[in-house]
Ligand binder design. Structure first.
Ligand SMILES: [Fe+2]
Ligand SMILES: [Fe+2]
Length: 377
């Protein structure tokens, strides 16, 4: 009897143009012979490695802040930033445990720091971003530029930059969401990591100078040049972002799939904030329910404001402020604001710059059922 493991025709499809070869004793002997030379017959795996459409191993997940917050805070009593390097509870998608990803090739985690704590300066090939969830006094230093941070602020630590984080003595315990492309960089086997020789870097520019120079709306500082492959604006503050969304919302119908959405951009180019990761903030107006679409790319959302739900691949996921949820590649999704009075805002980061750069972006609206997914189960 042949075991299931020994089968070589598990992926055959009865479709013209696809691999459709059944096992015979002669073929199996041939495959075993090929294996001795570290080779294989493509037709035994072709349908598996080239699916008709993207097959994400990630599953939709909501990480509820009310469940996670106390566990994140508890880590403060268990390890120091010095011991841990970075004291983070990471989001571990059940389909992506092997690569420690939250969705697709994106990593994410919740980092906590107490007043007076500082994490040592380091540098890595992965690009990173953070979105502040709670607390006062948090700061990040990127290549000598210090940024002070408040709730719903979005900050970049691009790849190759020296960076460190801390909370000032006068602050309160701070929690923020980290987002990195670590799994992608590892998949490409291109990751380096270095600890700063002095463990901490000097602040060599005026505090918040990046926002002062580059944070003006459609205003470019005279004489400033910028040739690096990421945004010179390292911090995107919540207040002007929300104000921009409110003003835009008053004059637009928005997108049928995303409501009122604005991308965070590199002010020097108009492009995404970093080479591998993009980010956006979107507003769902009171009572707004979007239609379903799907596209390539992996997406992690954090609820910056309000409450509602998203339907992802036919299942409903309720969310409220500070919850985080993911939309895997090619999963149908639609969002709804549960309030008829208040708007809801979703922060999102994604790997869309990679999809676009590699010409892999594809998007499709749900045509049936007036654009809304029937609920499963
Ligand atoms: Fe880092
Ligand atoms: Fe979408």
């Amino acid at each position: 009897m042949e075991s299931a493991m020994a089968r070589h025709d598990a992926y055959r499809e009865e479709v013209i143009g696809r691999a459709n070869v059944g096992d015979t004793p002669e073929l199996v002997a041939y495959y075993e012979e090929l294996a001795k030379y570290e080779t294989g017959a493509l037709w035994t795996v072709a349908n598996k490695i080239e699916p008709w459409q993207p097959k994400s191993e990630s599953v939709p997940v909501v990480w509820r802040y009310r469940d996670l917050r106390e566990h994140v805070l508890r880590s403060v009593d268990l390890v120091t930033p010095e011991q841990a390097g970075r004291r983070v509870i990471y989001l571990n998608n059940p389909g992506r445990r092997e690569v420690s990803a939250a969705v697709g090739w994106l990593y994410s985690g919740l980092q906590v720091m107490h007043p007076g704590e500082v994490a040592s300066a380091h540098c890595h090939s992965s690009s990173a971003l953070r979105f502040i969830m709670e607390g006062r006094g948090a700061y990040t230093i990127v290549d000598g530029h210090k940024m002070t941070l408040g709730a719903n602020d979005f900050v970049l630590t691009p790849n190759g930059t020296w960076h460190e984080h801390g909370v000032s003595e006068e602050g309160t315990p701070c929690i923020w969401q980290d987002g990195l492309d670590i799994p992608l960089v590892n998949a490409l086997e291109a990751g380096f990591y270095a600890v700063h020789p002095d463990l901490n870097q000097a602040v060599t520019h005026p505090v918040d100078d990046s926002t002062a120079a580059w944070g003006g709306v459609a205003l470019r500082p005279y004489g400033e040049t910028w040739n690096k492959p990421y945004s010179p604006l390292f911090k995107y503050e919540w207040e002007p972002t929300y104000e921009a969304l409110r003003r835009y919302a008053a004059t637009t119908d928005g997108s049928p799939y995303d409501g009122v959405l604005m991308n965070y951009t590199n002010p020097a180019t108009g492009g995404p904030v970093m080479a591998t990761m993009g980010a956006s903030m979107q507003m769902l107006r009171p009572g707004e329910k979007t239609k379903a679409h799907r596209h390539t790319g992996s997406f992690l959302y954090q609820v910056a404001k309000g409450k509602g739900y998203s339907i992802i691949n036919g299942r409903r996921y309720d969310w409220q402020e500070r919850d985080i949820f993911c939309v895997p590649s090619w999963a149908f999704h639609e969002h709804a604001n549960a309030s008829d009075r208040d708007d809801a805002c979703l922060f999102c980061f994604n790997d869309l710059p990679v999809m676009h750069a590699l010409k892999l972006y594809r998007e499709e609206a749900l045509a049936e059922n007036d654009g809304h997914q029937p609920l499963i189960g």
